[in-house]
Design a protein around this ligand. Sequence first.
Ligand code: GLU
Length: 387
Amino acid sequence: MKLASRVGQVTPSLTLAIDSKAKAMKAEGIDVCSFSAGEPDFDTPQHVKDAAKLALDQGKTRYGPAAGEPKLRDAIAKKLQNDNHLNYQRENIIVTNGGKHSLFNLMLALIEPGDEVIIPAPFWLSYPEMVKIAGGTPVIVNTTQASGYKITPDQLRQTITPQTKLFVLNSPSNPTGMVYSPDEIRALAEVVIESDILVVSDEIYEKILYDGAEHLSIGAVSEEAFKRTIISNGFAKAYSMTGWRVGYLAGPLELIKATITIQSHATSNVCTFAQYGAIAALENSQDFVQQMLDAFIGRRKFILERISTIPNLSCPKPDGAFYVFIDISKTGMTSIDFCKELLEKQNVAAVPGVAFGADQCIRLSYATDMTTIETGLDRLDKFVRSL
Ligand code: GLU
């Protein structure tokens, strides 16, 4: 069979592959400590589940508008106004099958052969692959631990060409956990405006911030920045709703209309009763988010202290999200070999940094329980000392 050539350019998602492997090992009774996928271990809040159950009982089991339930689009517009100072109307929003799908819709609607998309590395592994599926060219800009894994305005400016269409900004970042300060966001916005490119701001981790770190949405910097901004977000991380598959994209009317057209032929609407759960997540108490954050604060503290006692490993202090991105270069191993041996010898699942454009690192997600973290880090310690 001759498959489409686009398939040959794309690699499968390693985060999902490792997560499935770790879950399968657990199902076989193997005692695995999994730090693989970024999936909060908390149950979805009860009021969200109740709202979805009620929606089921009320017969919300039919097709809905491809763009999403009007009530949810309104609730998202309100959230973007209140939390992020972004002035969107219902028409500027499409509800998608998770944050990942919102970005995929965006790439299909915007990117075509010849277009360049600037992606700072380390990056979330699906960005370049989505650009390639759309026929565009990902342009990777390397950042270093010394620069806090942040792209500088000069780096961005120097990378922009007449072919540049889009800049992918992800703060708080997956996989590094770094957060651009409001001043850094303003400086990047200046480059976006002067070069007249578009920026997609992936804000899926916006609620998970530590030590007073602040999240500023680049679209809130000025009217000129707003015109060039597209926001991607979702419910998975903030409300522990990974399996629900509800996300959204907000942006200029023409672009959102195009994504709705694409979605109307691809998936149609997001599961109708799941959307009612999402409405409840936005419209009710946000205490759950704080409770989850409190747990992450304790885990982050423990994990950073513990890693500092393991020889040959180092990692910057993350200001957001729930990942540590550990430099393993002193072990002399590639990230794939490191993670493979760690899983085989110690039953610890981590994601190789090469998937995120940084082969000298591995990623651990601490969106998992303390027992797993304690045991897993003891095993990681043992593994590194055995090398
Ligand atoms: N975004 C999460 C992660 O990086 C979930 C898995 C995925 O979609 O890549 O682990």
